[in-house]
Ligand binder design. Structure first.
Ligand SMILES: CC(C)(COP(=O)(O)OP(=O)(O)OC[C@H]1O[C@@H](n2cnc3c(N)ncnc32)[C@H](O)[C@@H]1OP(=O)(O)O)[C@@H](O)C(=O)NCCC(=O)NCCS
Length: 176
């Protein structure tokens, strides 16, 4: 998939290095449980690849059209945990800090929404994060996703008492 400034594509071996760098950056990982080691980052790429093979879609590697550099991911994921809104398809994003604030996540995500509701024929997308991740919530809002406090949930992957456990859920339904 291509937008004005981004190409969203399957992963290449050469993406692993810049992906490990952004996963090691505490600013990028501020609202996630922890920064990742190189091995953990590579393990995540492997899981993303497996997800593509299982579902035919996934978290796409995001590349700048301008200079072909890898800047992170934007795409879709089927959560493996169980919650009141699962099974579902999540839309998500993670970009290297130096590329924040230029509308790139929203630009790529809009294309993903078109693809999900068009080619994939999905009826609903969700997205979730911790309440304090205002940047990510803003992207959700710009996609016209809606938040209902009754949907907020405790992430089952995190232990009771963990400050990142509480999550807000946003939904976007395909307009028939
Ligand atoms: C979330 C993320 C992908 C956003 O990328 P981005 O390309 O900067 O996003 P956009 O530029 O499309 O939109 C960001 C919006 O947040 C706003 N924003 C930035 N900092 C903000 C802050 N501190 N408080 C509130 N809003 C903020 C921006 O102004 C912009 O909104 P606007 O267009 O209305 O002005 C990026 O910050 C990131 O990778 N974060 C770390 C990983 C992460 O948290 N992923 C989500 C996990 S659920």
């Amino acid at each position: 998939m291509t937008t004005e400034r981004l190409q969203l594509r399957r992963w290449r071996e050469s993406d692993r290095e810049p992906f490990a760098r952004l996963n090691a950056d505490p600013r990028v990982m501020e609202f996630l449980p922890r920064a990742l080691s190189r091995d953990e980052s590579n393990g995540l790429v492997d899981r993303i690849e497996t997800h593509f093979e299982e579902h035919g879609f996934g978290l796409y590697a995001a590349e700048l059209v301008e200079d072909r550099s890898f800047i992170g991911y934007i795409g879709l994921a089927v959560p493996r945990f169980t919650a009141h809104f699962t099974p579902c398809v999540e839309i998500g994003w993670r970009l290297a800090l130096e590329h924040w604030g230029r509308g790139l996540a929203t630009e790529g995500a809009r294309e993903i929404v078109r693809y999900a509701f068009g080619e994939l024929g999905l009826r609903e997308l969700v997205s979730f994060t911790v309440p304090g991740n205002l940047r990510s919530r803003r992207v959700m809002e710009k996609l016209a996703m809606t938040h209902s406090p009754a949907d907020d949930f405790d992430h089952p992957g995190l232990p009771e008492g963990d400050p990142l456990r509480r999550h807000v859920l946003y939904r976007l339904r395909k307009i028939a």
